[in-house]
Ligand binder design. Structure first.
Ligand SMILES: [Zn+2]
Length: 446
């Protein structure tokens, strides 16, 4: 039998409570929770002065750019994320089932942490026929795009109806990048003809109204086929208003926002040009405030990172630069700073949105997402009093930039355990690939 590990002195954070307790770990699982100071024997880990959170679950990850699945799991672990749900994008010409199979094989060989997979469809009419086969592989959530028509990524309403009919019938969930694609392409073409500086016009190319329209249309098509819809990366007050309206009607829709929308505005980011180009755009102070109001008011279900670091420089052509940024490692300390330290939310709310809810929505609960006996011992030891400054050199992504460069944050991840083993201890990483489990999902259950 494995020897036991006992974590003592910490404050355990749950959605509904914060309690001192000893955590006893054995065989990679939490075996017991005991009154503080009462656990005997075993190896001891002192967590005095620290919060203990369940390992975070990132429901929105793209490990196919500067950070592959191994690098993503490493930078994620430094941010307290011990389980990622990756988007397996079947680009035009590719088979969905094969793409998912490759993701699984890759992850099992290379990832440091457990993971699950969403399917992503780009030739939706054709690829949707593979969905039943993919359900058999444990993939129950699928993503389509309403935007990026010119890139050939857009799913039109006919194809959206088909994917939601199939997925709804099988009891899964569809995630939709909700922005009115064709209208945005028209706006882009007009601006191109006018030879504008795209950096100055960025918000016009990813408008709040387009997000609101996309959310309403996607969720409405889902309702026609009894298919729960998950809206990733909601970025605007207009988007929040529509989400509130739909939830108010009792419609089954999940809303996600991301740290970049909660912490930054395009006004302050503009000077870093292409680095801050993400889709949807990071918008205004009014939008940022509305997003926090919604988080505090319980409207959002999850926070996701949308980690997608791309190779780009401040001096690159803004129009040609790709969308995406490194996010997963900064996610927790950033939302702690702008949410908890700003007095807008409690640590409990963050645990709900970053661990328990994503686990429930993906159907990997209670193995993941909550600190209870029998769950995987995935834990984050977090020091709420340590202040530090973000700069590229203290990040573990392969990107050479971060949108939070120079930000002073109070609250830092100190240690991370995955399945009972220390993965991160300060600056030191102890991961070994090959221990990651692929997690079949059962999405849309919350
Ligand atoms: Zn994304």
């Amino acid at each position: 039998m494995d020897s036991e590990l006992i974590i003592q002195g910490g404050l355990l954070v749950y959605p509904e409570k914060t309690i001192p307790a000893d955590i006893v770990i054995s065989g990679g699982k939490i075996s017991r929770l005991l009154p503080p100071g009462s656990a005997e024997g075993g190896e001891k880990l002192d967590a005095s002065g620290l919060y203990i959170l369940p390992g975070l679950i990132d429901p929105h990850s793209h490990p196919v750019y500067l950070d592959d699945i191994q690098a993503t799991s490493r930078t994620a672990a430094f941010g307290g994320v011990t389980c990622s749900v990756h988007y397996a994008y079947a680009k035009p010409g590719n088979k969905l089932a094969e793409t998912i199979r490759d993701f699984r094989k890759n992850g099992e060989a290379a990832s440091y942490t457990d993971f699950a997979v969403h399917g992503g469809l780009f030739e939706t009419l054709k690829q949707a026929d593979e969905i039943p086969e993919c359900f058999g592989m444990g993939v129950t959530s699928y993503k389509v795009f309403m935007a990026y028509a010119k890139l050939g990524w857009m799913t039109d309403d006919y194809a959206m109806a088909k994917v939601m009919d199939i997925v709804g019938g099988l009891g899964g969930m569809v995630a939709v990048h909700a922005e009115t694609g064709l209208a945005i392409d028209y706006i882009m073409d007009t601006l191109l003809a006018e030879q504008v500086d795209f950096k100055e016009k960025f918000l016009e190319t990813s408008p709040d109204v387009a997000e609101a329209e996309g959310i309403f249309r996607a969720v409405s098509i889902g309702r026609l086929f009894d298919c729960p819809v998950y809206i990733p990366h909601i970025s605007s007050k207009e988007g929040v208003d529509v989400l509130r309206f739909l939830k108010g009607k009792g419609v089954k829709v999940y809303g996600e926002t991301c740290p970049q929308y909660l912490a930054l505005t395009w006004d302050e980011l503009k000077q870093s040009g292409p680095l801050g180009k993400v889709g949807p755009s990071i918008k205004t102070e009014g939008d940022r405030k509305a997003l926090w109001t919604a988080v505090g008011g319980g409207l959002f279900d999850t926070l996701g990172s949308d980690h997608a670091p791309k190779a780009k420089k401040v001096s690159d052509d803004f129009f040609k630069a790709p969308y995406g940024s490194p996010e997963v490692e900064t996610m927790l300390p950033v939302v702690w700073q702008y949410g908890v330290n700003a007095g807008l939310v409690t640590p409990n709310t963050l645990v709900e949105l970053m661990a328990e809810n994503p686990a429930k929505i993906m159907g990997i609960y209670p193995r993941k997402g909550r600190m209870e006996p029998g769950a995987d011992a995935d834990l984050v030891l977090f020091d709420p009093s340590e202040s530090w400054t973000v700069f590229p050199g203290n990040q573990h992504t392969h990107a050479e930039y971060t949108l939070f460069e120079g930000k002073r944050l109070t609250g830092r991840v100190k240690k991370v355990l995955a399945k009972g083993k220390i993965l991160v201890d300060g600056d030191t990483f102890y991961g070994t690939p090959g221990n990651a489990d692929y997690l079949p999902t059962d999405a849309g259950r919350l």
